[in-house]
Design a protein around this ligand. Structure first.
Ligand SMILES: Nc1ncnc2c1ncn2[C@@H]1O[C@H](COP(=O)(O)OP(=O)(O)OP(=O)(O)O)[C@@H](O)[C@H]1O
Length: 122
């Protein structure tokens, strides 16, 4: 298979397409608004608590983990709605599994936040 020659302009365009996907997600998806508010709150609280570098790494990984899962979940929902707009048990299974991935990311992130912040109040 013949691939296109490497081009910095093409790579920049690919970056803008990806950035555009994130902007659309934040603009139109209600779940993104919740994640946005939660992210601002967690970052503000972490700054206020002056957490250590290793704690920042854990917090930033959690934020990235949840945002990534939510974006993938939303993409899967859009694929399913596009391919199969009618109700179907398989669609439900696929969407619920994708939503389950977000739930796991959120619960793990919440537990990590508790591990970081609770000792600061003891
Ligand atoms: N086409 C479909 N066929 C069968 N079940 C569906 C279909 N679309 C959604 N569902 C199911 O209906 C329930 C509600 O889905 P819906 O997408 O409305 O809410 P949600 O998961 O809270 O979504 P959102 O992330 O948009 O808030 C879920 O269990 C989902 O799997």
């Amino acid at each position: 298979m013949q691939s296109k020659p490497f081009s910095i302009a093409d790579r920049c365009k690919a970056f803008t397409y990806a950035f555009n996907g994130i902007v659309k997600f934040v603009k139109y998806e209600h779940n993104a608004w919740l994640h946005f508010i939660a992210t601002i709150a967690v970052v503000a609280f972490s700054l206020y608590m002056k957490i250590a570098a290793a704690e920042w790494i854990a917090i930033l990984l959690c934020i990235g983990f949840v945002w990534t899962m939510e974006l993938i979940n939303t993409a899967i929902e859009k694929i399913m709605d596009h391919l199969h707009p009618d109700m179907h048990l398989n669609v439900k299974l696929i969407k619920d599994m994708a939503a389950g991935a977000v739930l796991i990311a959120a619960v793990i992130s919440f537990i990590i936040a508790l591990i970081i912040f609770i000792p600061k109040f003891l």
